[in-house]
Design a protein around this ligand. Structure first.
Ligand code: ADP
Ligand code: MG
Length: 314
């Protein structure tokens, strides 16, 4: 069981950035306004995600660490239109199986909170604790009991770069929430949570050449795009979101390139679709999505690129 759990955990968490992704998603699903991340050694030795969201009741803490125990889906119909970032109930048990893990939480409805500590899947402590509202998860010594996986981790600075790029992407998608990242006690990223995507994007990408912004709809599919052109560079970086979930950008890149113009530069694209048009339950990491109708999805992204290429000043 122990070994099976560790193998399964390997599908959900590959490296520190996947830990951050799962914990961020949980914080966002809990309607947090403020999410802080504290890292040591690029998350390899210690990684903390703290939020001010709904929290977890004391008695439910052990349940949150049980495999496939999600509070987010209650019926099969829910599976047809997944509205939360998490739904598989695998992240916390996976993390607890492959690290020294601690969760502290106080639910909105409770006067006191609690702490639960687990090491390599073995419960060590479950005790009440006075806490502010919200949740704090600490993952120390990731893969300490999975040396084969630990060997594949990159340098602390390389892991930190991946984490920063993920958090910055989520900070853009959730510009109404405040994000903080500290590494070895120093602030390396801060977003105000004032909802101003353009200002945040300018602070990350600069405004030279100026950022461009357009949106396009096809049926009930909407694409919102930000583009900072870099003419002639021959390379485009695409950050892709579907319904505010970060996804692999392959389809986006192909559709944006399909009109045949020069789409060099940085792209941030948010695709909004009806929830029942996408299936996110493809892989435990949830970064792949499948569309019920791929035609209008491709078309709306293609038209977004065309709109940019036809109107060079927007
Ligand atoms: P999932 O997100 O797929 O439901 P997880 O293993 O990530 O599964 O989390 C298990 C459960 O723990 C969640 O369904 C949720 O009820 C609770 N939980 C986890 N993190 C938080 C958080 N930051 N705030 C509130 N509840 C949380
Ligand atoms: Mg989750």
């Amino acid at each position: 069981h122990d070994v099976a759990m560790r193998i399964a955990a390997g599908e959900v968490v590959e490296r520190p950035v996947s830990v951050v992704k799962e914990l961020l998603e949980n914080a966002l699903d809990a309607d947090s306004r403020r999410i802080s991340i504290f890292l040591s050694q690029g998350g390899k030795s210690s990684l903390v995600v703290e939020d001010d969201g709904r929290g977890i009741a004391f008695d439910d803490l052990p349940l949150a660490l049980e495999r496939h125990a999600t509070s987010k889906l209650s019926s099969l119909e829910d599976m047809e239109a997944i509205a939360t970032l998490g739904f598989r109930g695998e992240a916390l048990p996976s993390l607890a199986a492959v690290s020294r893990f601690e969760i502290r939480s106080r639910s909105v409805d409770d006067a006191r909170g609690g702490v639960l500590r687990v090491e390599g899947g073995q419960p060590l402590l479950h005790a009440p604790l006075d806490l502010p509202r919200g949740t704090r998860v600490q993952v120390d010594d990731l893969f300490f009991n999975l040396p084969a996986r630990r060997k594949f981790l990159k340098s602390a600075s390389a892991e930190l770069r991946r984490i920063l790029s993920l958090v910055q992407a989520y900070a853009l998608a959730y510009a109404d929430r405040a994000f903080l990242v500290q590494s070895e006690g120093r602030t390396v990223f801060l977003s105000p949570g004032d909802g101003d995507v353009a200002a945040l994007l300018r602070s990350l990408w600069g405004d030279d050449p100026p950022l461009r912004h357009l949106d396009v709809s096809v049926e009930s599919f909407h694409a919102l795009g930000w583009w900072q052109p870099a003419p002639g560079r021959g390379k485009s970086d695409v950050t892709a979101f579907v319904n505010r979930r970060r996804v692999q950008e392959g389809l986006f890149r192909a559709a944006l390139a399909s009109p045949g113009g020069d789409i060099s530069g940085q792209w941030l694209v948010f695709l909004e679709t009806p929830l029942d048009e996408v299936d996110v339950n493809i892989h435990p990491a949830k970064t792949e999505v499948r569309f019920r109708k791929s035609g209008p999805v491709f078309e709306v992204l293609r038209r977004l690129a065309m709109a940019f290429l036809e109107r060079p000043q927007s």
